[in-house]
Design a protein around this ligand. Structure first.
Ligand code: NAD
Ligand code: MG
Length: 400
């Protein structure tokens, strides 16, 4: 990994692009940037469809450019930015174009496969790319790593577990890693029976006990598919085989993950459950950014609990592991079916347990196919989405 880059300083402020600026991660990133305006210059902010919020953020953070993916919001955006000197563009190709403009540092925080093409575009100019968009890594890990290698870009994990592992690994040689241990809060249904989960509502599923996040990842945490995706994400980021990636339930979300080394040492990163901490790590890297993110008071926390996950109550874990072992298109299919099923659950079209049932059915039904290029990944993603949509429309996911 390239460690030659200087940390941001008032003499050399970093130029930034934030993909997904209006989301939970995007806004946390901007909150940190606003604390240290002498260190950063905001180049581009992007959003899916919230034109009013995008314009507000672009003005507040003196961005040079604001990009909205949904062309329907173009008028609102351009009217809100009229006379500010901030360039406004809209549409999916405007997003990739803006992501291609060279900057020092990019936050990839679009949710879902929608973030893949702009993340690849950002990697291609060799930036430091802080990656929160785990779906891009799950669907197209090889493409993402390859783009980074080709351009000499630096990929810094934002996901709290992977950021913890990245910090704990330091410069240790690969051969010294015995296991990666991903901690999991267990989500809002950690202690629920399958019968109770069958009736779980979207409101209950998005009410995470420790973290405040976007709706999709909150539902993923409730099914524990989030941890399944994170096993795949860890394999993509650290090139450790899945047999050496473990999951440990830790309800307090204080130990963010651990690395077990061959000498018997376990190194962990701890902190308050607040995404500003891993984000600050990537903003300051290779230095450390001083921020006002909440401090962890271990005496007040009092205790740290750990337990193995229940694969019987949370079948998403084994399903994701199976997809990773199967390789090829399976992780891409898993991710696409999950995105569709989570959206259907949030729209109350299927029940909570139907999410994993749908993914299982889609994975069983689709044959492997090549996913060597971006077009092939996106074609595979579309095919899995189509089938998941059909299964849901036909009520077929309820294979009971
Ligand atoms: P969010 O829903 O709050 O925000 C998503 C952002 O993506 C918004 O800016 C939205 O406008 C944009 N977006 C949505 N659909 C789009 C599309 N089709 N095209 C372009 N832009 C689009 O999500 P979030 O919670 O901030 O999560 C973002 C990513 O970070 C996800 O991949 C998630 O898994 C990951 N992540 C989030 C957290 C967290 O605490 N929120 C923690 C770890 C990882
Ligand atoms: Mg995480």
């Amino acid at each position: 990994m390239n460690r030659e880059r200087p940390p941001p300083s008032p003499e050399r402020p970093r130029t930034l692009t934030i993909l997904g600026a209006t989301g939970s991660i995007g806004r946390s990133t901007l909150a940190l940037v606003a604390e240290r305006p002498e260190l950063y210059r905001v180049e581009t902010l992007t959003a899916g469809s919230n034109a009013a919020l995008l314009a507000e953020l672009a003005i507040r953070h003196r961005a040079r450019r604001a990009v909205l993916v949904d062309p329907a919001g173009w008028r609102t955006l351009s009217e809100a930015l009229a006379g500010t000197g901030i360039e406004a563009t809209a549409g999916p190709s405007a997003l990739v174009e803006a992501a291609s403009v060279p900057v020092d540092w990019v936050m990839a925080a679009i949710v879902g496969i929608a973030g893949l093409a702009p993340t690849l575009a950002a990697l291609e100019h060799g930036a430091i790319v802080a990656i929160a968009n785990k779906e891009a890594l799950v669907s197209a890990g090889e493409l993402v790593q390859e783009a980074a290698r080709r351009a000499g870009a630096v990929l810094l994990p934002v996901d709290s577990e992977h950021n913890a592992i990245f910090q704990a690994l330091g410069d240790a040689p690969k051969a010294a890693i015995e296991r990666l241990i991903l901690t999991a809060s267990g989500g809002p249904f950690r202690t629920w029976s399958r019968e109770a989960m069958e009736r779980a509502t979207p409101e209950q599923a998005v009410a995470h006990p420790n973290w405040s996040m976007g709706a999709k990842i909150s539902v993923d945490s409730a099914t524990m598919m989030n941890k399944g995706l994170e096993i795949i994400e860890a394999q993509r980021l650290f090139a450790v085989p899945d047999s050496r990636i473990e999951v440990l339930v830790h309800p307090q979300s204080i130990v963010h993950s651990l690395v077990a080394f061959t000498d018997g040492s376990l190194l962990a990163q701890l902190g308050a459950p607040d995404m500003r901490i891993p984000i600050a790590h990537t903003l300051g890297w290779p230095g450390r950014l001083a921020s006002t993110a909440p401090r962890l008071d271990l005496a007040a926390a009092g205790r740290l609990d750990f337990e193995p996950p229940s694969e019987a109550r949370f079948p998403a874990l084994a399903l994701a592991r199976r997809a990773l072992r199967q390789g090829g298109a399976a992780p891409t299919i898993l991710n696409a079916a999950n995105e569709v099923a989570v959206a259907a659950f949030l729209a109350r079209r299927i029940g909570f347990l139907d999410i994993v049932r749908t993914i299982e059915r889609v994975l069983e039904s689709l044959p492997d196919r090549p996913i060597g290029s971006l077009d092939e990944v996106l074609a595979c993603d579309r095919e899995a989405r189509r089938l998941a949509g059909e299964l849901i429309a036909g009520g077929l996911a309820r294979g009971r």
